[in-house]
Design a protein. Structure first.
Length: 598
């Protein structure tokens, strides 16, 4: 018989003693896990986890500043930012709105709200009701309303009507210097409004400044934790741009110009008033100037400044450069004698004509300028080699933008003399074969009036920071183009243009005036004549120069001559400017050079 198996008396799994031991071991294991995790959290990963938790509670928002003002030289505001509100409606809230008086419902819902708000917003009830009825929780009903208008709306206590604070750009003086100030508009690649023309565009960064930021710690529901982290970087406000423009002079010049354009049937006109000594622009006027408050109402060509962007052949106003070069280089003096025929043929076979057939005229150098003789000017200028002709055209500013401070400025067209053909090398002597802007024509005469020293013209005087500190605009150092003696001789010659020559209509009672007329053909892209530019550029007073006035008239219908069309505009503009600046009348008499010889 087999021996009985030995039975070990161990508890079964389900036995209470074993179950208790297993539970104890399990609890211990779990406890060890938690202890280990606690050690990791408090010891090893404490800093990292704290930073992660803090990061979830921190919020950073941008803090912007109002766009700074643009003001004229006297502090008159030409562009400023104002507080405005966009008004919106929560249609679901408005649907539940009621107004009661002693328990009686006097108004309720969107239709009654439309009756109340329509007169305040200047809208029809039906138009407004269409915006108020619906189930949208957010819908604009009016934009850019004034604080006063919003207060009237808010006083009505209508549920569901709210406001969104925005900044708006306004131009209190409308069209005055609109071509200089510019205007705001959108961009295809960015939200918001930005400068689209003029100073608003050119000095965008200066006006806007730099945004700041604020970082704060928020709790449940987004509320700010009072004792939490608060880090603020202050916004840096933009600088006010101070222009050289005198808004009173600018306004009157615009009126004179628009009237002249209408009376002469011109397609457009430009007037520039510049300080001889400083290059500061008192007025830069374009006909049909844009109103920055409503730029869309103007034709695209009228939204900028032709004074800096439109180029044309200067014609006879540029003859003074040839005279300056001849005197400075010693090839002629104001009294040098020439015979100026109606027709003149150069050594290379190019034939040129004067505007009128006066026969052979015995003219001095001064007489050639006074009578604006093309053939006489060519005889003078042909004594200068091509490099010298180019040097003086360039030195007086042709071919290079002036950097007056406005966007879109053209440098004109001045090809290197190596590219001149057989006709152009002579045509440049009397203002053809080269293209300039109205501002460049003024620059030539500023240089002569300033003792031969060219200064950079500017429409920006400087920048005023939020604390009132004024910083002048940096401009190029003055350049001595011709000697003071040469400039003085040219002034005597130019004064005789208005006394005896083609510029008689530019004379001003009580003031001596110097200047030059010009008439040039505009050549289109097809090489044919497409228009006329009539001009006069003058200096006053001639005995103590203070201002230069450049007048450009495009395609006049009453006359093609600058002395007839542009000189009277100069007279009116220069008169008001001299009076506005308090310039004393001239003393003494002119001392002209002889213009003819026997």
């Amino acid at each position: 018989m087999a021996e009985p198996a030995v039975r070990t008396h161990l508890p079964r799994v389900g036995h209470p003693v074993r179950r208790q031991r297993l539970l104890s071991l399990g609890a211990l294991a779990i406890l060890l896990v938690f202890v280990g995790r606690l050690v990791m959290v408090q010891g090893v990963n404490a800093a990292e986890l704290s930073e992660q938790a803090l990061a979830t509670r921190l919020t950073t928002t941008s803090v912007s500043t109002e766009r700074a003002d643009i003001v004229d030289r006297n502090g008159v505001v030409l562009a400023t930012s104002v507080q405005r509100y966009n008004v919106y409606v929560d249609q679901t809230e408005l649907a539940e709105w009621k107004r009661t008086d002693n328990g009686t419902v006097t108004a309720q819902g969107p239709l009654d709200a439309a009756k109340i708000l329509a007169p305040i917003l200047g809208m029809s009830e039906s138009e407004l009701a269409a915006l108020l009825v619906g189930d949208a929780t957010f819908k604009y009903i009016a934009k850019s309303v004034t604080p006063e208008t919003w207060q009237l709306i808010d006083d009505e206590g209508i549920y569901g009507i709210g406001k969104e604070s925005v900044s708006d750009r306004i131009y209190p003086n409308g069209t005055v210097a609109g071509n200089v100030v510019g205007f705001m508009g959108g961009r295809s690649d960015q939200a918001g409004l930005f400068g689209n023309a003029g100073i608003e565009l050119a000095l965008e960064d200066t006006l806007v400044g730099e945004d700041g930021s604020i970082t704060y710690e928020r709790g449940v529901g987004g509320t700010v934790i009072p004792t939490g982290i608060l880090d603020e970087t202050a916004a840096q406000p933009g600088d006010t741009v101070v222009l050289t423009i005198d808004s009173d002079i600018q306004y009157q010049v615009q009126q004179i110009l628009d009237t002249a354009v209408s009376n002469t049937g011109s397609s457009a006109g430009i007037v520039i008033v510049e300080d001889v000594k400083t290059g500061e622009i008192y007025a830069l006027a374009d006909s049909d100037t844009v109103d920055p408050n409503d730029p869309g109402a103007s034709a695209p060509d009228d939204r900028g400044s032709r004074a800096v962007s439109t180029v044309f052949e200067p014609g006879s106003t540029a003859k003074v450069i040839t005279m300056a070069a001849a005197i400075e280089e010693g090839v002629a003096t104001p009294t040098s004698q020439f015979v100026a025929p109606y027709e003149y043929t150069t050594a290379n076979g190019q034939t040129f004509h004067d505007s009128h057939d006066y026969g052979d005229q015995k003219l001095t150098l001064a007489g050639i300028l006074v009578n604006s003789s093309n053939t006489g000017t060519i005889q003078v200028g042909q004594q200068l080699d091509l490099a010298t002709r180019y040097k003086y055209l360039s030195a007086f500013g042709f071919g290079t933008p002036t950097d007056v401070g406005l966007p879109g400025e053209s440098g004109g067209i001045l090809h290197d003399y190596s590219k001149w053909d057989g006709r152009t090398e002579y045509a440049v002597l009397y203002g053809q074969g080269v293209s300039v802007t109205a501002l460049q024509t003024a620059q030539v005469y500023q240089t002569i009036a300033n003792g031969g020293v060219r200064v950079q013209p500017t429409v920006v005087s400087g920048y005023k920071s939020a604390d009132g500190t004024f910083t002048p605009r940096d401009t190029d150092a003055p350049t001595q183009v011709v000697s003071e003696e040469t400039a003085s001789e040219l002034m005597r010659m130019l004064e005789d243009v208005t006394a005896e020559g083609t510029g008689g209509a530019a004379q001003i009672t009580g003031y001596r005036v110097a200047g030059k007329t010009g008439t040039a053909q505009v050549i289109g892209s097809d090489g044919t004549q497409s228009g006329i530019v009539a001009s006069f550029v003058g200096i006053a007073p001639a005995d103590d120069p203070r201002i230069v006035v450049s007048v450009i008239m495009f395609d006049p219908k009453t006359s093609i001559w600058g002395g007839t069309v542009a000189a009277p505009v100069f007279r009116d503009v220069a008169t008001l400017t001299l009076q506005s600046l308090g310039v004393a009348p001239s003393t003494g008499q002119a001392d002209p050079y002889p213009t003819t010889w026997e």
